[in-house]
Ligand binder design. Sequence first.
Ligand SMILES: C[S@@+](CC[C@H](N)C(=O)[O-])C[C@H]1O[C@@H](n2cnc3c(N)ncnc32)[C@H](O)[C@@H]1O
Length: 344
Amino acid sequence: MQPDFEQRLISAIQPIRHFFLAQCLEFAMTSGLLSRLSEASPAGGDSVDSLAQDLNLHPERLTGLLRYLEGEGIVTDSEGAPAITAKGREFLEFRPWYELLIGGYGATLRELPEVMADRKRFASRNGTMVGLGSCGMSRFDAVPLVKQLIALLPEPPSALVDLGCGDGTFLLDLCEGGSPGIGVDPTPGSIDIARRAAAERGMSDKVRFVNATAEDYMAQVTPETTGAPCFVTAFSLQEVLEQQGRDATVEVVRSALAHAPGAHLAIVEVDHRPLDPAVTRHGLGNAYYNPYYFLHQITEQRLETQPFWEELIKEAGGEVVDCLTTAPEVDSTGLELGFLVRGQ
Ligand SMILES: C[S@@+](CC[C@H](N)C(=O)[O-])C[C@H]1O[C@@H](n2cnc3c(N)ncnc32)[C@H](O)[C@@H]1O
């Protein structure tokens, strides 16, 4: 046996270790375990039995998970009064990334054998978790970006219409203390969560949610007679593009801009530059955008480049008022593009 066998083995199986860790962390987050541990007083937390009872988990299984998490430095005292470590708190802060990539797309890669040979087949995903994770992430990047775009409007919008609204929190954040809103999404689980979130925030009278695709909603909605609304599509034109094609996507943009005089559309999309060295040599490019690009290749959505979107907007009769990207302290890749568009 080569003397360095064990060292090389340890290096070679790190992806497998992280594959396990990512899934256990996502469960520890979505089951409420990590937040429950993070809320415990420094004087001492609950016993495993009381945690198991409150979270509806079997105590023996929970002990096994806690021991595993202790081995990864995420909790301490797994068999006594488990507590979260500083490293565990760090993970918890980035929960939406786990909801999107593990909760939403965790099972997607298991379908590679079926979808790799056939361009017409698409791998599945958990749409509700995609909406939840995406909107959670958007609070850090796309929501501030769209707020900046809305601030450029000549006057406050009469309403905000979010096409592909996910769990609704993106729209609720935009409408807080301002315009009324309509959220539209084809995933029934997302619309249920959105309606509950609106009720919890006391915004049900002001913001309503419709279960439909962007293209179906825009095809049946009657044009406004008063006021100029602002439509929002954040990471959802990419869905219409693969599902319905380019012409249907142009039509969604055209109908939003023609909805009323002065109507605007804020579009957020990710620039498709998978082999650009500025992406492949960037930390967030490696950690996030590289898997993100591949997931979009095998599921029913299509990423495109900035010139593609600019051309499509022009074809739909739109004029780009401004194109912004995310704050560099959150995402310095410049890949997330926010267009504010008005009719010509
Ligand atoms: C990545 S999530 C984006 C959620 C939210 N807009 C955000 O910025 O975080 C994409 C959303 O588009 C929705 N979607 C899928 N197909 C759609 C379609 N044809 N029209 C509108 N939305 C669609 C999905 O259900 C999902 O909630």
